[in-house]
Design a protein around this ligand. Structure first.
Ligand code: K1U
Ligand code: ZN
Length: 167
C-alpha cells in the first residue's frame, strides 16, 4: 500500500471533471487500497480520486467512530435528495479551513463497489454531507466554491501566507 500526495487548493487539477470507471480491475482495487490508507493517515473521513490526481469517478469514505467501515463508491450517482442543512465542512485539499456549507439533508446514492456490485445508500448526517462533498470533487468543485467570492479570496490569501511561512 502507499500514501499518495493530496493536491492542495488552489491547484487547477482539482477542477478537472472525473471520467467514469469502465472496468473495475486489480489496478482500481489497488488505487482503492492506496486511497484508503491515504485517507486514514491524513486523517480524514473521505477522499475522492481527483484529490490524488486520478481523474476517475472513485470515492472512499469512512465516517465510523472506530475507522472500521470503509465504503467504496465507484461511478456514484445522486438518485434523490431531500431537505437542506448547513454543516461545517473541512477538506484535505484545503488544510486548516472549516466553513459552513448548505447541502441536502438526506440523499440516496447509487454506485458500484470495488467488485463491480451495484448498491444504493440512503444517507443522512455526516455520511450525507461527505458523499455530496466527494461527488463535488469528482465534478471539479471544491467546497470553498460554495462560499462568497470575498470568502474565497480571503481563504486563498490565508493559504498563500501559510505556504510562505512554512517554506
Ligand atoms: O474530501 C475531503 O477532503 C475529506 C474531508 C471530508 C469531509 C469532512 C467533513 C465534512 C465534509 C467533508 C475530510 O475528511 S476533512 C477532515 C475531517 O473532517 C476529519 C478528520 C479527522 C476526523 C474526523 C474528521
Ligand atoms: Zn475535500
Amino acid at each position: 500500500m502507499a500514501i499518495l500526495p493530496i493536491l492542495q487548493y488552489p491547484d487547477e487539477r482539482l477542477h478537472k471533471v472525473a471520467k467514469k470507471v469502465d472496468k473495475i480491475d486489480d489496478a482500481i482495487r489497488k488505487l482503492v487500497r492506496d486511497m484508503a490508507e491515504t485517507m486514514y493517515s491524513a486523517p480524514g473521513v473521505g477522499l475522492a480520486a481527483t484529490q490524488v490526481d486520478k481523474h476517475i469517478r472513485l470515492v472512499v469514505l469512512d465516517v465510523s467512530d472506530m475507522h472500521d467501515d470503509l465504503k467504496v463508491f465507484i461511478n456514484p450517482e445522486l438518485v434523490s435528495s431531500q431537505g437542506e442543512k448547513v454543516n461545517e465542512e473541512g477538506c484535505l485539499s484545503v488544510p486548516g479551513i472549516y466553513e459552513n456549507v448548505s447541502r441536502a439533508e438526506r440523499v440516496s446514492v447509487r454506485a458500484l463497489d470495488e467488485h463491480g456490485k451495484p448498491f444504493t445508500v440512503e444517507a443522512e448526517g455526516l455520511l450525507a454531507v461527505c458523499i455530496q462533498h466527494e461527488i463535488d470533487h469528482l465534478n471539479g468543485r471544491v467546497f470553498v466554491e460554495h462560499l462568497s467570492h470575498l470568502k474565497q479570496t480571503r481563504i486563498r490569501a490565508k493559504l498563500k501566507k501559510h505556504k510562505r511561512e512554512i517554506l
